[in-house]
Design a protein. Structure first.
Length: 146
């Protein structure tokens, strides 16, 4: 609308036609059931709060992956990511996500989807594998595959 009066449109739940957000009936079929379509949200800005992790890695590849991974962790656990250090064990990181084993499993699945990492190794070795070892493992694996 002019001047940005309407930020959302409603789609008819029956026929799918878009209607003004103040409509009470669909212009196409007259149904009173609507689905509100929200405007697309802007892409998330990278969090500068995890940039500190760069200081702990030697190679630019490891730095970039560590920041990317830390940003992903931050998107899930929020400010707890500030506790992240290279020697943080994955068992602790998984606990940040939630206290039950199912929370850790869900987080591991999200990790696999995001990075394509074999999460079974992380879960199996979570008491021993550190964040640094994970970063080095993934970066070395990608370098070897190239």
């Amino acid at each position: 609308m002019i001047g940005g009066e309407h930020d959302t449109m409603k789609s008819c739940a029956y026929c799918g036609r878009e209607n003004e957000d103040d409509a009470t009936r669909c212009r196409e079929c007259g149904t009173t059931e609507f689905v509100i379509a929200m405007p697309p949200s802007p892409p998330p800005r990278p969090s500068s709060s995890v940039e500190f992790i760069r200081l702990f890695f030697k190679s630019p590849t490891e730095e970039e992956f560590a920041v990317c991974c830390a940003e992903f962790i931050a998107s899930v656990v929020g400010e707890r990511v500030l506790q992240l250090r290279p020697d943080t064990k994955w068992s602790e990181i998984l606990q940040w996500f939630g206290p039950k084993p199912v929370h850790g499993a869900l987080f591991a699945m999200m990790l696999k989807k995001k990075f394509g990492t074999d999460v079974e190794e992380i879960i199996a070795a979570s008491e021993f594998m550190t964040f640094r070892e994970f970063v080095e493992y993934v970066c070395h694996r990608e370098h070897s595959a190239a």
